[in-house]
Design a protein around this ligand. Structure first.
Ligand code: FES
Ligand code: FES
Length: 159
């Protein structure tokens, strides 16, 4: 059923008329033209569609639009602030932690959620947190290096 749904998207209020049962990923991509979140498996298994929902990394392919009502959503498009990339984004560039880039928005948002909840994760904690995000290009080693470096930079107040 079509309803007016309101939520905060990348820091700005959004109000859209949408079938509340539609998948949030497609609402973001098709209705709101935010194509950073990708469709991979469609089953909550690959992490390509990861967004932040009230700060938590979640698979948007598994959520309905109605679930977003009243919540704060961050997509990769909203991560930079005033033209400055997030520390995690900078670390991914520094370590060349991507190849095709398909998994990258989800990887970065997963890492942001991790470092927000746990600013000083151990290597095992990083591996565990990133485990649900798959990279078909095999860039995992560089991705983990980037997350570790971002953690150190955020801990030291560098960005
Ligand atoms: S597309 Fe959502 S987890 Fe794979
Ligand atoms: S960089 Fe291609 S899937 Fe990860």
């Amino acid at each position: 059923m079509t309803q007016t749904i309101q939520f905060t998207l990348n820091g700005s209020p959004v109000s859209i008329d949408v079938d509340e049962e539609r998948t949030l990923l497609w609402v973001l991509r098709d209705d709101l033209s935010l194509t950073g979140a990708k469709f991979g498996c469609g089953e909550g298994l690959c992490g390509a569609c990861t967004i932040l929902l009230d700060g938590e990394a979640v698979p948007s392919c598994q959520l309905t639009a109605g679930y977003a009502a009243g919540k704060k959503i961050t997509t990769i498009e909203g991560l930079e602030q005033d033209g400055r990339l997030h520390t995690v984004q900078k670390a991914f560039i520094k370590y060349d932690a991507l190849q095709c880039g398909f998994c990258t928005p989800g990887m970065i948002l997963r890492a942001v959620a991790l470092l927000s909840a746990n600013p000083e994760p151990s290597s095992d904690q990083i591996l565990s947190a990133m485990d649900g995000n798959l990279c078909r290009c095999g860039a995992h080693v560089r991705i983990i290096q980037a997350v570790q470096t971002a953690s150190e930079a955020m801990k030291g107040g560098r960005s």
